[in-house]
Each structure stands twice: as C-alpha cells, then as structure tokens.
Design a protein around this ligand. Structure first.
Ligand SMILES: NC(=O)c1ccc[n+]([C@@H]2O[C@H](COP(=O)([O-])OP(=O)(O)OC[C@H]3O[C@@H](n4cnc5c(N)ncnc54)[C@H](OP(=O)(O)O)[C@@H]3O)[C@@H](O)[C@H]2O)c1
Length: 270
C-alpha cells in the first residue's frame, strides 16, 4: 500500500517530476523499454488473470530499498504521490480490495477509488467501487476510522470466531462475515468472496496478512513499489516470515519514476 508523502527526488536523467497538475509519467524498464509514458497509459492493461475455482490474489506493497514496510509505524512516507496514483490504478482493476486489521489500527486508510477511476469502471459495466474488505481476528476494531464512513461502497469485515464483533458488538454500516476459526483462513475468505462473484482480490497488506496468504499458497502476484530510501531498522518487512519452500517469482513488468521503482512479479502459486 502506498505511503502518503511526496518522495520523488529527480536524479539527472530521471523522468521529469510532474507539476502539480501534470499527469505523472514513468519509464518502462521491462518489457519493451520506453521513456516518459503517462502512468495511467503504462498501466492501462492491468487485468488480473482469471483462475478456476477461486479469486486471483495479488498484494500491493511499498517498501524502502532494504524491504521495510513501515516508517515510524505506518506506510506513510515510503512512497510518492505517483505511487499513490498507481495504487488507485491497481485497485481499479480488482473486484475486491482487502487489508488486515493491524493496518486499520495503524492507519486511517480507506479503500475508495478516486472519482475518475470509479467512472471508468462504470463505463465497463462494473461497480463503481471495488468491494472493500478488512480481515480481522479476535481484537476489537477501531470503528472511528474513515473506512467505516463510506456508505456508498460495499464493505465487509471478515472476523474470527472469537471476535467481539461476531456476537455482541455489531459493526455499523458494514457486513460482518464470521469465520469458523479464530483468524479467518485465507481459503475460507476466498471461498466466501467467490460465492459473491468476486474474481480478484487485491490485498494491501499488512505483512501479517500477506504472510498468511503466502503460507496458504494463495498469493498469485506481488505489486512492489521500492521507495528510494534505506532504513536499516527493525520495522516489519513486506511479508512476515512464513514456513514455506522458496516461491519462484517471474518479473511481469518494471517501471520507474525518478528514483522510485514499480515492480510486478507473478508468483509460482499463480
Ligand atoms: N508498506 C506498505 O505497503 C504497508 C501496507 C499495509 C500495512 N503496512 C503497515 O504494516 C503494519 C500493519 O501490518 P500487520 O502485519 O501488523 O497487520 P495486518 O497484516 O494488517 O493485520 C494483521 C491482523 O489481521 C488479523 N488476521 C485475520 N486473519 C488472519 C490470518 N489468517 N492470519 C493472521 N492474521 C490474521 C489478525 O488480527 P488479530 O490480531 O485480531 O487476530 C492480525 O493481527 C502497519 O504499520 C501498517 O502501516 C504497510
């Protein structure tokens, strides 16, 4: 998930930094190298690969050069405004967008698409907004977050069986799906989503939820933004440790804006 501050220090020869209203441009490094493409055009053909039996699952993360996914406890400041637009473009391509409850506790985020991208979805016969999902375990959720305020977007909270929201503390304005286990298992969640007609799920972290999907063999794609700074601290990595055999990753595309890199990898799960 993108951070919240401007971070494009333009090095000599780097893609020009856009003015306040200019559409951001990127260089495509691979495949078919090309310079100065409008970001929206560069990612216009994003389409999650259809799968049999379950939704396609990707995760979108921004990290430092050394792979840290937190700066002072949140993702804020790790990515630029170009990355934030790219995050919206990724969202626009998916049926559902999901995050773990740890992220909702750390950040006042929401999964709503910008008006231009919502309108673009409608012209292709899709719902204006992707289904928004928060995946929670046993801890109570911070219901004051903006995520709970967007009544025009269908939102689901998937909670564990012992969650206080499973029984006596219903969540206002959202659907609550109660898992049969203490933490909702990724396979259970995907089955529920598939039953709702969801064909693709974009996770936006955090690292713990990413790890659960990876450990379950249910992560197909990684969208990874590398912000140009090195932290050398003990913040969470992009994906927490999982008991898995190494997963092969195939590079789908690589772009850059200034010193920021945008990588997409297809995982061997996919
Ligand atoms: N750099 C980025 O792109 C990015 C993106 C997102 C988040 N972040 C940062 O990452 C941090 C939050 O990440 P996080 O890893 O702590 O939290 P998280 O992955 O967002 O959420 C973890 C929580 O999800 C619940 N959960 C539901 N199903 C689960 C399952 N099957 N397995 C494990 N947990 C499950 C658990 O809640 P219970 O504890 O209630 O059981 C767990 O504690 C924040 O600092 C946030 O700012 C960075």
């Amino acid at each position: 998930m993108a951070g919240m501050s401007e971070a494009d220090g333009a090095a000599p020869g780097a893609t020009a930094r856009p003015g306040p209203t200019a559409a951001p441009r990127v260089d495509r490094l691979w495949p078919d190298p090309a310079q100065g493409i409008e970001l929206d055009a560069a990612f216009a053909d994003l389409a999650p690969a259809p799968r049999d039996g379950r939704p396609w699952v990707a995760t979108n993360m921004v990290t430092s050069v050394d792979g840290r996914a937190q700066l002072a406890g949140t993702a804020e400041g790790l990515g630029s405004r170009v990355d934030r637009r790219l995050m919206q473009l990724y969202r626009a391509a998916f049926d559902a967008v999901g995050s773990g409850s740890g992220t909702l506790m750390a950040e006042d985020f929401y999964s709503r698409l910008s008006d231009d991208l919502a309108a673009r979805r409608v012209t292709t016969g899709r719902a204006a907004q992707p289904l928004a999902v928060v995946v929670a375990g046993a801890r109570p959720l911070p219901t004051e977050r903006r995520w709970f305020g967007y009544a025009e977007q269908r939102r689901v909270v998937a909670v564990g069986s012992t969650s206080p929201h499973a029984a006596d503390r219903p969540l206002p304005g959202v659907e609550t799906w109660v898992a049969p286990t203490e933490d909702p298992e990724p396979a259970w969640l995907l089955e529920r989503l598939a039953a709702e007609g969801v064909g693709s799920l974009l996770l936006e972290g955090g690292p713990t939820l990413n790890g659960a999907f990876l450990a379950a063999g249910l992560l197909d794609e990684l969208m990874w933004t590398i912000g140009p700074r090195l932290l050398a601290n003990d913040a969470l990595p992009m994906i927490v440790q999982a008991e898995i055999a190494p997963v092969e990753a195939r590079l789908v595309s690589a772009h850059r804006h200034g010193d920021e890199l945008y990588l997409r990898y297809r995982l061997a799960n996919g």
